[in-house]
Design a protein around this ligand. Structure first.
Ligand code: NDP
Length: 449
């Protein structure tokens, strides 16, 4: 009899907690997946015998390293960098790099774990990984960011490669940081190869990559609405964040005839009752990417808009898109959104809703798309960037736009296939099971490795 036949979910989770002391984000992510997978695995003895869930919840490896760099005042600074290579059963490790003071091993393990299922859902051959450092690019000069990125890559380069592990951007890592890291990689190995995605268009980047995550989250949202005979047009939306994902989600909602009322950053949120326009969104992109300013400045620039401390979830709207960071929407805020009549929630960020918040949406039967499904458009287009680099070709914007639309529709379809019951779709369950099954079956094929 297989060992796990005797282990119930609570015992399994107690083991995960014991082996990962203090890693609350990672334990939370495993718990969320395990509760759906346990039910699915009930009559599938082959997964139990091979201890598949236990193996997926143990990263292939966690690499941690020192990153020394010199600031503009000639002080020597020391940061910690990581790369978590979670699972490469279905393709090379793939996942972003995050530079933020809140980065810890637990955060990166949770992100790499989630990434494994997300990448599987895209249908493309990509495993799951994530990396980063507790470095804050905010307030640093370009030269300081460059020195940090070069030092980070001087260690990371030996662990990655186009068929091994292909990192991308994430919070605090945009086009500037990817450029510095790619330049250093190329200089060390003396090869031009597609080792990072999110590159500039001049040097092997893909059209649509900057837009892909935010647009994809809206496409997913639209698929959910259409499944219930509705559309984005005429609906109001609250969005958090004002970075890459949030601004592109706002752009697509606006293009589809919706009205975006809020955006935010770690200082607070702006509320614009007139709704954002493309001109206003372009102004925010410039503020954030070029001037590196704060969202509060929006209220000084645009009449009728106000700035508030805290998070935007108290603003009444039909649609909600958390697009900033993890655990930024708790149970009380979820209940407020429900009380205000929210119809659908699509997560642009990774795990932005706490477990209790997710339950509040599910109890209220609100259409709720978890990040691993809704924000998979970014990594999907990254996968297409890898294909273009391997083939030494560049596809145009229209072709990639169509591919993104199809990919998001495909992911929605998989969630419905595994998550629909009695006319209601549990998108969390659908995404977890569909993402898990492909990885698990590949692992079974390899035997015990
Ligand atoms: P950016 O760095 O471009 O933007 C992040 C935004 O979130 C900023 O507005 C930032 O505000 C805000 N933010 C960050 N931390 C906090 C916090 N603790 N509290 C409140 N606001 C915060 O990142 P992205 O837009 O790329 O990423 C956003 C989310 O989407 C992340 O969860 C990321 O993992 C996820 N994601 C991103 C993908 C991509 O392609 N970029 C792909 C899939 C998921 P401030 O400037 O004040 O820090």
């Amino acid at each position: 009899m297989a060992v796990t036949d005797h282990v119930d979910l609570a015992t399994f989770m107690a083991g995960v907690s014991k082996r990962n002391p203090g890693q609350t984000e990672f334990i939370q992510a495993v718990q969320e997946v395990a509760q759906d997978i346990y039910e699915f695995m009930e009559d599938k003895v082959q997964y139990h015998e091979a201890q598949i869930l236990r193996r997926i919840a143990e990263p292939d490896r966690v690499i941690s390293f020192r990153v020394c760099w010199e600031d503009d005042n000639h002080n020597i600074r020391v940061q910690r960098g990581w790369r978590v290579q979670c699972n490469n059963a279905i393709g090379p490790y793939k996942g972003g790099i995050r530079f933020h003071p809140s980065v810890t091993e637990s955060v990166l393990k949770f992100l790499a774990f989630e990434q494994t299922f997300k990448n599987s859902l895209t249908g493309l051959p990509m495993g799951g990984g994530k990396g980063g450092a507790n470095f804050n690019p905010k307030g640093k000069s370009d030269a300081e960011v460059m020195r940090f990125c070069q030092s980070f890559m001087t260690e990371l380069y030996r662990h990655i490669g186009p068929d091994t592990d292909v990192p991308a951007g994430d919070i605090g890592v945009g086009g500037r940081e990817i450029g510095y890291m790619f330049g250093q990689y190329k200089r060390i190995v003396n090869r031009w190869e597609g080792v990072l995605t999110g590159k500039g268009l001049e040097y092997g980047g893909s059209a649509m990559r900057p837009e892909a995550t935010g647009y994809g989250a809206v496409y997913f949202l639209r698929n959910m609405l259409m499944h219930k005979g509705m559309d984005v047009e005429g609906h109001t939306a609250v969005i958090s964040g004002s970075g890459n994902v949030a601004t592109h989600a706002a752009e697509k909602i606006t293009q589809l005839g919706g009205k975006v009322l809020t955006l935010s950053d770690s200082g607070g949120y702006i509320h614009d009752p007139d709704g954002l326009t493309q001109e206003k969104i372009d102004w925010i992109k410039h503020l954030k990417n070029v001037k590196r300013g704060r969202i509060s400045e929006y209220a000084d620039e645009f009449k009728g808009a106000t700035f508030h401390e805290g998070r935007p979830w108290g603003v009444k709207a039909d649609l909600a898109l958390p697009c900033a960071t993890q655990n930024e929407l708790n149970a009380d805020e979820a209940k407020t959104l429900v009380a205000n009549g929210v119809k659908a929630v699509s997560e642009g960020a990774n795990m932005p809703t706490t477990l209790e918040g997710v339950h509040a949406f599910q109890d209220a039967k609100v259409m709720y798309a978890p990040g691993k499904a809704a924000n998979a458009g970014g990594v999907a287009v990254s996968g297409l960037e890898m294909s273009q680099n391997s083939e030494r070709v560049s596809w145009n914007h229209e072709r990639l736009g169509d591919m993104l639309t199809d990919l998001m529709q495909g992911i929605h379809g998989k969630c419905v296939e595994y998550g629909e019951k009695d006319g209601h779709v549990d998108y969390v369950k659908g995404a977890n099971i569909a993402g898990f099954k492909k990885v698990a079956d590949a692992m079974l094929a390899f035997g015990v490795v």
